[in-house]
Design a protein around this ligand. Sequence first.
Ligand code: TEU
Length: 568
Amino acid sequence: MDVPGGTTAVTASGADWRVRDPDWWKTAVVYQVYIRSFADSDGDGLGDLEGLRRKLPHLSALGVDALWINPWYPSPMVDAGYDVADYRDIEPAFGTLADSERFLAETHAAGIRVLLDIVPNHTSSEHAWFVAALAGDPAARARYVFRPGRGPAGDEAPNNWQSSFGGPAWTRTKNPDGTPGDFYLHLFAPGQPDLDWSNPEVVAEFEDVLRFWFDRGVDGFRIDVAHGLVKAGGLPDAPDPTPGSNHSAPHPAWDQEGVHEIYRGWRRIADSYDPPRVFVGEIWAADAERLARYLRPDELQTAFQFDFLRAAFRSDVQRRVVDEATRTAAVVGAPSTWVLSNHDVVRHVTRYARSQPDGLVESSWDRARWSEEPADLDLGRTRGRAAVMLTLALPGTAYVYQGEELGLDEVEDIPSDLRQDPTWWQSGHTDPGRDGCRVPLPWSGDSSPFGFSPDGASRAPWLPQPAAWSALTAQAQEGVADSTLTLYREALGLRREHLTDAGALEWLDSPEGVLAFRRGGFSCHVNTGVDPVVLPAGRVLLASGPLPSADVLPRDTAVWLLAGTPAA
Ligand code: TEU
């Protein structure tokens, strides 16, 4: 079973009790699978379902409760699958519907749940609905946001909104007779036309898509751009037209009241299944209070805490974010959902490898600015190990992004002509985009493709892998006591043992620069300061790095202690 890079199928190993617990999601650790970069079984340079299935032993050994799989549907891939052409099928490059059924059965047999990614804000421009809309079908047009242009010649965009990827959020169409036509809205790439959620046909379609996958045993969905479906009436100009880089600024496309009714409908459907299905919202909200409104008892069960992801490696910032998040989540009775990295942001090893700002880190502009500052990746990795021990000690659910268990860094030197993220093109080459956190995983061996693709593959991995990753392959870290992979496995095992029922967080007095809290007899201490600090008495369960002695916590290090037992 425990063979990274191995090809053994997982069998039910007594772990299947976990998939029967209806409350599993309240304390779960969910592993994010960016499928095109996980494992390539057929040598085309793209990850696929069969590659993922063969790596189930890695995920089982890691000890995660569930997987969240980024979009696996047929797609022209202008935005790596977030442009969905058919919500009820599998992208041929990834496999078939039958492969997905086999994968679901085997994953469940291994005691691991599966969340899919639903993309309801927009379809692909190659979706049958949009193709019909462009051909002039009025019913199909009414499912999207078409508007006439402004200005004397009607050739100016209907409002000042900008795409999250850069450039205008509107593209002008041609009428079937070739004359210039209306504009259509796309908050992301032109290949991702926004749907009009005031149209009941759109509502009904997505409810049916949910049922399609729930009927196949899928345990829930991550909801893409969950705060964006409903736009302010009349589509007014935005005070800050660029919604992408600053998610805290108000925008008429974000966080509108009407969106909540959609999720009430989705929750009714999820609750009609046994066991009930769950949601996690991708919601970039202005603050913790706005986020909590999506987590009311009849809406979504969970939503990512992006303030935590954006918090610098500084105890004052992290403590403020944790406090706000737990306070507001408690008001609505929802567990907080902690995340350090995902497929849209700079990997946390690299975020922590440079100077740490006095607050939250915004994703897009920092990519460009930070890449000019030299990165100390050893420091970033050391801090990343401490940060994940903080994350996994907090009450609620936690997400792990593929490759962080190997300590992977952001790949910042991808040659321009190999970049694929539309952000790079649409920003006029000012924002390098998100390819650097999406590079295919290194599994084994000394050189690319590092076991990502099979021997004799016909194509190179879809993004180039750095040579330095030879030291970070799963194979190189297997069985190595101080490897990041070993730390993740140990932390997940200890979390299950000590924290599943540990209850609320209580802050402990601590020196400046140190975060310290307890949950029952368990305590977590993280030193983000410059000097080593003295630890209280207790048994060391786990440390993110070497401790000079059982009562000293060096800088950039975290430790988990168990009270009431003598120091080991
Ligand atoms: O992201 C939505 C989002 O708001 C971003 O984090 C976005 O990536 C950023 O503004 C771009 O600079 C989701 C997905 O996670 C992302 O991968 C998709 O590209 C996007 O939706 C469109 O579907």
